[in-house]
Design a protein around this ligand. Structure first.
Ligand code: AMP
Ligand code: GLY
Length: 426
């Protein structure tokens, strides 16, 4: 290894754009490659046109480009065993992202619930339904109070969670899920007690030895409409820090959730080196886990990266090498707000290929998500979530006003954004 590190970052969304932007500021960085990246990630590195789930192509890229560190942005390759595949094809190349055993925290909600049960981590009461225990499953469902939460066990592209008000409808949905509504992902269904509270996202880096660091806390806005109305999306905006995640709350999170999670992984022989995303809910001051993810959140990363004041690259290398013990992560005291601009129609169907204008007139951070460069070299839309305008401020209101000001200068046909990101916290 030379003293400068070549990094391969896998993914193509706003999350990867934000990680690439942060890594590009590191004096330790040699070359940064993003696979496949988007039109915006070209500003931070070089895009490589391969799929993260094509393990052979990833291995070939690691060798050809002399990569010193691989960072998995999204969960699919991890759940599919990318770490194990690279350990064989590219032995000794450090990687940020767990093996398939650790990735099951996201890849199987049943595994995650059992893991929390084994380690006393606070979460909603649950029962896992399979074809074989349907009578018991229905009885558990009927023992709960409305609304009813049904979750496909496996990965379902963020669509596998249903929250249903009516019990008969919930029972029907349970049957439909088990019958294959989400394919193999819903062969098992986790039935959960509904928890009432405000959610936040806590991100942890851990290195397999029991060491961990907590990154800046964020909150995302999942519903498409103002006032948290309408359909669920991948995320319409985000805020960091989160006022209610104060010192008292975070001390509970660390003692009751972060430590038992990291220690539980170690105790179960899972060598977890990567990000852990705790989807939490604040139930009257008590943090409970809604879900684990094995990657950063999107669009939370778009505010978390700007709020990390220290160099991220040494922390990621230390994570991959099991040496996080010596690393400090400094937080930027400012507030950051991200507002997503999405394609009209999202999260339903939407057009692509719309020319994006005004990008050059914006002074501030714009993270591309669903963008591409067309044959004429123009930046065009290529996804539902198109880009995030991110701004700093002394408080949420100030940062949000600045982000909205930036977003107002960017236009494309059918552009839509929520008007109220951060408002509930002011
Ligand atoms: P998940 O994919 O597990 O994050 O679930 C998607 C969303 O459903 C979460 O962000 C919550 O808003 C909601 N949700 C999931 N589980 C529960 C629960 N037990 N109680 C209340 N809301 C929930
Ligand atoms: N923003 C939620 C997620 O990334 O899953």
């Amino acid at each position: 290894m030379s003293d400068k590190l070549n990094v391969l970052l896998l993914g193509s969304g706003g999350r990867e754009a934000a990680i690439a932007w942060k890594l590009n500021q590191s004096p330790l960085l040699g070359q940064l490659f993003i696979a496949p990246g988007n039109a915006g990630t070209q500003a931070s590195g070089t895009n490589v046109a391969i799929k993260p789930t094509d393990f052979e192509a990833v291995a070939k890229t690691v060798k050809e480009l002399d990569i010193d560190l691989v960072i998995a942005g999204n969960e699919d390759p991890l759940v599919g065993g990318l770490r194990e595949a690279l350990a064989v094809s590219c032995p000794g190349v450090p990687m940020v992202g767990p093996g398939a055993d650790g990735a099951a925290l996201e890849g199987s909600k049943d595994f995650a619930k059992d893991f929390m049960g084994r380690h006393g981590i606070p979460t909603a009461r649950h029962f896992t339904a399979t074809g074989a225990n349907i009578d018991e499953a229905r009885a558990f469902l009927r023992s709960l109070k409305a609304p009813y939460v049904l979750k496909a066990d496996g990965l379902a592209a963020g669509k596998g969670v249903l929250i249903i008000d009516n019990i008969d409808e919930a029972v029907r949905s349970l049957d439909e899920m088990l019958a294959g509504q989400f394919g193999a992902a819903s062969a098992k269904v986790v039935i959960e007690e509904f928890l009432k509270g405000i959610e936040c996202s806590v991100f942890v880096l851990t290195d397999g030895t029991g060491s961990y660091r907590i990154l800046p806390v964020a909150k995302d806005y999942k519903r498409v409409g103002d006032g948290d109305t309408g359909l669920n999306t991948g995320g319409m905006g985000s805020v960091s820090p989160v006022p209610f995640a104060d010192e008292t709350f975070m001390a509970k999170v660390e003692e009751r959730i972060v430590k038992p999670t990291v220690e539980g992984l170690k105790a179960e022989g899972i060598d977890y080196r990567g990000f852990i995303f705790l989807g939490l809910i604040n139930v009257e001051g008590e943090p409970m886990v809604i879900e684990y993810n094995v990657r950063m959140g999107d669009p939370e990363t778009e505010v978390v990266m700007p709020r990390i004041a220290s160099d991220l690259l040494p922390a990621l290398v230390a994570t991959a090498e099991g040496k996080l013990g010596d690393i400090r992560i400094e937080e930027d005291p400012r507030t950051a707000v991200a507002v997503m601009a999405v394609s009209g129609g999202y999260p339903g169907s939407y057009p692509k290929g719309k020319v994006i204008e005004g990008l050059d007139s914006v002074d501030g951070i714009v993270f591309h998500a669903g963008t591409a460069t067309d044959a004429e070299g123009r930046t065009v839309t290529s996804g539902g979530r198109v880009l995030a305008a991110v701004a700093y401020g002394d408080d949420i209101a100030g940062a949000a006003a600045a982000a909205y000001d930036m977003l107002g200068k960017i236009t494309f046909d059918g552009k839509y954004n929520r008007r109220d990101i951060g408002k509930d916290l002011v």
